[in-house]
Ligand binder design. Structure first.
Ligand code: ATP
Ligand code: MG
Length: 434
């Protein structure tokens, strides 16, 4: 027997039963971003490896062990993007979008990280990302958080997610704090797990992010970054909190909230849920004022966030709202016999010209009247349009209502079918949005 192929581990097919939910989330998000005046940017999926090393940071988990890196045929090292910010900044610099102007942008698409696949953690996953450039104040941080909050509200999951915020301070404040942390952890070296020991000198801030229960006591007594912030960052954080209060967005301050990428400073935030178990972060973001300078030499502020779509979909699927996105069929066209079949396609196309919103499925590849009728019934369509030899000769179409007991059956002249359906779908549309 021929070998059956399977998808690459950690890379999922999104099947039709689920894709409606994906589309719902994407459309909802698109609507919200449009009214906040954010514009879409479409970016390549591969970039030069160097871009990610320079932006995300050499000693982060992503760059050290999670990137899909290849040599192309020219021998250049390229990487499947593990996140969107680096490519977005690269594109904005390359096309002069940051020159004397602000930008509010969004993108969506697959990201790739070679992680251990488990629920909520995949090797190909999808993000919707939002980035804003050229605005150094906390008002834009607050706007981004409000956008995400509005998405939860529209998706009716506000009650299941909570917002944590923190400030990482300026780069200078963070390096001073880094030294405090190293001396604290060095003094209690024996209490640390292996992973944290490894991070002690490469990325000590990430130790704060450890989820290992054996580290809880050690972490709770660690010096807090918030106590080592510079004045400017303190003020930025205070204003952000005031703005969020004013907008009615509730948050918790988590002094140990850090991000796994090096470029963040000042504001960081994360929306999480209890409903997904260990992989509870559905949206994460923050400010990265140094990144544009690092990649181009020009000083331009940046702030953004990314939503993990798989996790959001699984939250919504758990709530079983997915059926709300399925639009049912209005009509199924049955055409029995070669002659009728020949007329069927022409009729279907004419109806589609006249009624662009008509959701019509045409029976293809024949079958007896009985088997076509069974398919019509299984399709969920509200009515069947029946074209047999007899109908063709008399220039008529039979219409049968499928969802009523003793469904009415009428015969209409061909040129009256569109008019009948126009009235019918007006009432059916509402009824068929399950
Ligand atoms: P985590 O702490 O869960 O590993 P992260 O800090 O690595 O997340 P970010 O790089 O901030 O994640 O990405 C933003 C969002 O993208 C996350 O909050 C999460 O929802 C999602 N995400 C990240 N990695 C994965 C993955 N491997 N599979 C599915 N979703 C992911
Ligand atoms: Mg991660």
């Amino acid at each position: 027997m021929a070998k059956q192929f399977q998808a690459i581990r950690g890379m999922n097919d999104i099947l039709p039963v689920e894709s409606g939910l994906w589309r719902l989330i994407e459309n909802t998000f698109h609507d919200i971003l449009t009214v906040y005046d954010y514009r879409e940017i479409r970016l390549p999926i591969v970039e030069k490896t160097e871009l990610f090393k320079r932006s995300i940071g050499e000693v982060t988990d992503i760059v050290e062990k999670e990137m899909y890196t290849f040599s192309d045929r020219n021998g250049d090292s390229i990487t499947l993007r593990p996140e969107g910010t680096a490519g977005c900044v690269r594109a904005c610099i390359e096309h002069g979008l940051l020159h004397n102007q602000n930008q509010r942008l969004w993108y969506s698409g697959p990201m790739f990280r070679y992680e251990k696949p488990q629920k909520g953690r995949y090797r190909q996953f999808h993000q919707i990302g939002v980035e804003a450039y050229g605005m150094p104040g906390p008002d834009i941080d607050a706007e981004l958080i409000c956008i995400s909050a509005r998405l939860w509200q529209r998706l009716d999951i506000s009650k299941s997610v909570t917002l944590q915020i923190n400030s990482l301070g300026s780069n200078a404040a963070r390096s001073a704090y880094r030294e405090h942390l190293i001396s604290y952890f060095t003094a209690r070296y024996t209490e640390m797990d292996e992973e944290s020991k490894r991070r002690l000198h490469t990325n000590p801030l990430r130790i704060l992010d450890s989820k290992n229960p054996t580290m809880v006591a050690l972490l709770s007594e660690a010096p807090s970054l918030i106590e080592h912030l510079d004045l400017e960052s303190i003020e930025h954080f205070e204003i952000l909190k005031t703005l969020l209060n004013g907008a009615g967005v509730r948050y918790k301050i988590n002094p140990r909230l850090v991000r796994g990428l090096d470029y963040y400073c000042k504001t960081v935030f994360e929306w999480g849920t209890e409903t997904l178990g260990a992989q509870g972060a559905v949206c994460a973001g923050g400010r990265y004022d140094g990144l544009v300078r690092q990649l181009s030499g020009k000083t331009v502020s940046g702030v953004g966030f990314a939503i993990g779509l798989e996790r959001l979909v699984s939250m919504l699927a758990d709530k079983q709202t997915s059926t709300g996105t399925m639009l049912g069929l209005h009509a199924y066209l049955i055409a029995v016999g070669d002659i009728a079949n020949g007329h069927g396609l022409a009729l279907a196309e004419r109806l589609r010209d006249q009624l662009p919103d008509l959701r019509l499925r045409m029976n293809c590849s024949g079958g007896s009247f009985k088997s076509q009728f069974r398919r019509a019934d299984n399709s969920g369509a509200q009515l069947a349009l029946i074209l047999g030899e007899n109908e063709v000769y008399t220039g008529m179409v039979t219409v049968k209502l499928l969802r009523k007991v003793d469904g009415e059956q009428i015969r209409l002249p061909l040129d009256r079918v569109a008019e009948y359906l126009r009235i019918a779908i007006g009432t059916l549309s509402i009824a068929t949005e399950i």
